[in-house]
Ligand binder design. Sequence first.
Ligand code: FA5
Length: 349
Amino acid sequence: MSLKDDLKDIRDQGLDDINKSTDLKSLNNIRVHLLGKKGPITSALRGIKELPVEKRPEVGSYANEIRDDLTKAIVEQRDNLANAQLNKRLAAEKIDVSLPGRSVPQGQPHVIQQIIDEVVDLFLGMGYQVLTGPEVETDHYNFEMMNLPKDHPARDMQDTFYITNEILMRTQTSPMQARTLEKHDFSKGPLKMISPGIVYRRDTDDPTHSHQFHQVEGLVIDKHITMADLKGTLLTMAHQIFGDKFNVRLRPSYFPFTEPSVEVDITCFNCMGKGCDVCKHTGWIEVLGAGMVHPNVLNMAGVDSKQYGGFAFGLGPDRFAMLKYGVDDIRDFYLDDVRFLNQFSKRGI
Ligand code: FA5
């Protein structure tokens, strides 16, 4: 067989191998084998020097032609394989954008926190500052500064958990009144604050009482504040939280730190004032305590009660939530049953 025939066989076999290769790695091995220094073309070319001189150019150029054919076939096959690989990947990673997404369960603020947020939002809008204070409080701020000296009988209504004789779990957010009054600089303007937080009492748990619950304290002190301001403020709040159809009623009451003092009722959510079992046939439901700040509270905190006065209130968001959503047992809020809590989802989960 002539050298030219050898080269032709190399080409035919080479093209066959190239076309049969199924991946880029084996194609590269074929390329190295065919075109490399130790490959069949190189060794065939070594035989050229054995040929007569006049034959050499023809065989030489034939060998180059074969090398070009093989190189071209390798490039083409490489493109084919690369395309096939890409198409396979595209098919495997195809995303069907019309498929519905997998929903991830999302948390939400607790229903009582939702009520607190609504109250805070409203008062922020009316220019109040929002302050928080310690839950572990001193007897001094929780009682004495609120005009409840030691042995005052009204302390009985707010028995609590004591850490020492002088340190206790606060029974109300009212100590924040004294703490804020002591710090406020009235030359810079009136004092308007609300203070949400957790309070504790040695109350026996029942459908409307918990030993740990929430309060939001409100305090406004300036010159010429009247009870009409208090009523207007509470009416605005009732409308915001419960809706426009609700009214508020102030009923005389007693707190040592306000004078006069009132219990605040709002229209019964269940009968809208007609009278039903929920409101004990009065048409009203009690939601908070309030009043005009007692001069003793102002004076003890270093504020001149002859010049300044104002109102304070303390509301229970737990009771607000019960009223707003018709929940008849306060303890349901603390059981952490998501089936119960999801009923109050704003996202509808
Ligand atoms: C007070 O705690 C006063 N500090 C409120 C106040 C502030 C009056 C400023 C005047 C001026 P009272 O004990 O009524 O008041 O509690 C206020 C509200 O907290 C109640 O109307 C009720 O909504 C809620 N509350 C009281 N005890 C409990 C309890 N054990 N569980 C759940 N909520 C309660």
